[in-house]
Ligand binder design. Structure first.
Ligand SMILES: C[S@@+](CC[C@H](N)C(=O)[O-])C[C@H]1O[C@@H](n2cnc3c(N)ncnc32)[C@H](O)[C@@H]1O
Length: 347
């Protein structure tokens, strides 16, 4: 693990759990033969155009959540300074060898807190691994707290509930001394829940011969109204944009853009690289016992129908404050608004 990874790992999980797809665990080195970086040029250009046109000012720094093997990044890095994060050490290693000039950090998009701001946040198909509304919302909150005011977050799901169709696909590539062919079967065991599955059969050829491996991916599936509702709930101004790609039937795919408002209530949002710009806020309350160090990495606000709530890790929470309003004095903590009253809720 690099120093950067060690620094950030306090706020992340150590890697995919045992039930994560094998493609991101023991089979991660095969990723470039399943999906070639060159094949991402057209879609990466579409995402670049969206990021540039949706941001209030020209974006320079971009955080990617769930960068995988870094295939999109290999095209986007010509235009932006990229920080690439993923839950899988194996996939990060693949991306690092393709994009050695980019910063790589191990992290779970549901909980990552880098304490830094970026002009834009990009979440490609990794967002499909959010299979519950709570996980999807957590990933959106991660994007929100890392996005500078006036910046955008771009989410690119493979499917939304309305246009989902079962499908079968095959492909694969060869490289020096190895080759891969796969059969991919996408289907929905239960149309009433928020997930579907993709089963893979991989044929892997190397110096030992050819072997067959099975893999099972569980992916999230949400109606577009839920995407828009959740983006708004975490604080973004949401918008759906139809996907444009020569291999996609028009009207069958959509990406979601969240603009982080840059109104006078929005906060630091200046520098994407300075850690100090979003490190501290302090809380005031009648209880003198309550003086947690609040930072972008230890708390975040969320808007609910009960008003704006702020969540603290349990260890910082004085039980007497539960449910009571707390006035936050803002000192550059992105996502918190000065003069607002926040309600403390248990995390
Ligand atoms: C299909 S790959 C992404 C490929 C990527 N779009 C590219 O351009 O190469 C999906 C990635 O999502 C990652 N992932 C799944 N759940 C995640 C989570 N909770 N946080 C961060 N990454 C996650 C996996 O480890 C995997 O690397």
């Amino acid at each position: 693990m690099t120093t950067e990874e060690q620094q950030s790992s306090a706020h992340v999980q150590s890697g995919p759990a045992g039930d994560a797809p094998r493609l991101y665990r023991d089979l991660s080195s095969w990723w470039p033969l399943l999906s070639k970086p060159q094949d991402y040029a057209e879609e990466a250009e579409f995402y670049r155009r969206i990021l540039v046109s949706a941001c209030a000012r020209a974006p320079k720094t971009v955080l990617e959540l769930g960068c995988g093997g870094g295939s999109n990044a290999s095209h986007l890095k010509a235009h932006f300074r990229l920080t690439l994060t993923d839950l899988s050490p194996g996939m990060l290693a693949v991306s690092r060898s393709l994009n050695p000039e980019c910063e790589h950090i191990l992290g779970d998009m549901r909980s990552l807190r880098l304490g830094r701001l970026f002009d834009a946040v990009f979440v490609h198909d990794a967002i499909m691994y959010m299979t519950t509304e709570a996980d999807l919302r957590s990933a959106m909150e991660t994007a929100f707290v890392h996005c500078a005011a006036g910046g955008v977050a771009l989410f690119c799901p493979d499917h939304v509930r309305e246009t989902f169709r079962p499908s079968t696909k095959h492909g694969g590539h060869d490289a020096e001394g190895r080759g891969m062919r796969y059969l991919e079967w996408t289907w929905d065991p239960d149309p009433n829940d928020t997930s579907y599955v993709t089963d893979f059969a991989y044929l892997l050829r190397d110096e030992r011969g050819v072997r067959c491996e099975y893999d099972h991916h569980i992916l999230g599936l949400f109606p577009r109204r839920d995407w828009l509702r959740l983006l708004a709930a975490v604080g973004f101004q949401p918008k759906g944009v139809p996907s444009e790609h020569s291999e996609i039937e028009p009207g069958t795919c959509e990406v979601f853009v969240g603009l982080k408002p840059s109104d006078k209530r929005a906060t630091c949002g200046k520098s994407a690289t300075s850690k100090s710009s979003c490190e501290r806020a302090t809380a005031h309350n009648s209880s003198p016992a309550f003086s947690p160090p609040i930072s972008a990495s230890t708390c975040f606000p969320s808007r609910t129908r009960h008003g704006t709530c702020i969540r603290w890790p349990r260890k910082f929470l004085d039980g007497k404050l539960l449910g009571k309003p707390v006035l936050i004095e803002l000192k550059g903590c992105e996502g918190l608004y000065p003069d607002d009253v926040y309600k403390v809720v248990m995390e």
